[in-house]
Write a protein that binds this ligand. Sequence first.
Ligand code: SAM
Length: 319
Amino acid sequence: MKDHYGRTINYMRISITDKCNLRCKYCMPPEGVEDLGHNTILKYEEIERIVEAAASLGITKYRLTGGEPLVRKGIVNLIEQIVNIPGVEEVSMTTNGILLAKYAEDLKKAGLNRVNISIDSLKHSRYKEITRGGDLDDVIAGIHAAEKTGLTPIKINVVAMKGFNDDEIIDFAQLTLKHDYEIRFIELMPIGTALDDCKYEYISCEEIKAKLPGIIPIKEEKGVAELFKYKDAIGKIGFITPISSCFCQTCNRIRLTSDGKIKTCLHSDQEINLREVLNQNNKEALVEVIRKSINAKEERHHLGEGNAPITRDMNKIGG
Ligand code: SAM
């Protein structure tokens, strides 16, 4: 369906948990997050009802995220259910990859189409530092498992940070010479409180591009990433610029938080609580609330305009 500003909304990101097995410094507090409890967190059956309602409004693409989606038990079964809902055309996942080697085959069998995997450093010690303890070898095994099982094309999310990984930009980009990955550089966003303890700084995609002479733009239908490639490369390089150049006019998504709220924009505190309508068990009413949420989607975000930062941490929104 179209929103108030004529944008077609056909994509929902679903955070199935706030919990994560990593503690990325810009995303998670070191102690992790409090347990939301069974009465707050959406049950899988409730997520399925929401997807059914959203699909009836023309939302065809779904991405499972978190927290870390692979830490919630029963995820494979949830995917099996969602892919069979009429109107659902694609289900993908954003994961840190730590548990991917264990689950890749089952995820593929369940009907998951593809994965985005987050890695902010190719150096073991730095990866451990930014994630507060993660083992890069687990992620690499996860990438290999995803390739082997066909959870492709694989997109690799890299949050670029001055003073942390800005000397690894070329290493990441050159992975595309030998692998069919889309390496996506993402600008660090000022979201939530976790960033307060993170000493690394924002670097714009323009600055990143300047470090990659020889990349050429690819003319493709524009998604959120602006795409480039090296001549003769197998893979692509994407730039996601939420800060330096907003892509709100082509935004096609809404988000569902693990505690049952629709977020109409990543960078707004507007949330529509689905709890009441879920408890009523009224399918039409649920469709109506989602329809109204889509219509209430903001025209654009106002990041970097001196307004107060978004209060939810990224781990509680789902990237
Ligand atoms: N656990 C999964 C993962 O690591 O991919 C999914 C959740 S994580 C919140 C989703 C994505 O959001 C990751 O690629 C992460 O790097 C990104 N992210 C988190 N906080 C961010 C921030 N402040 N700015 C930019 N990207 C951020």
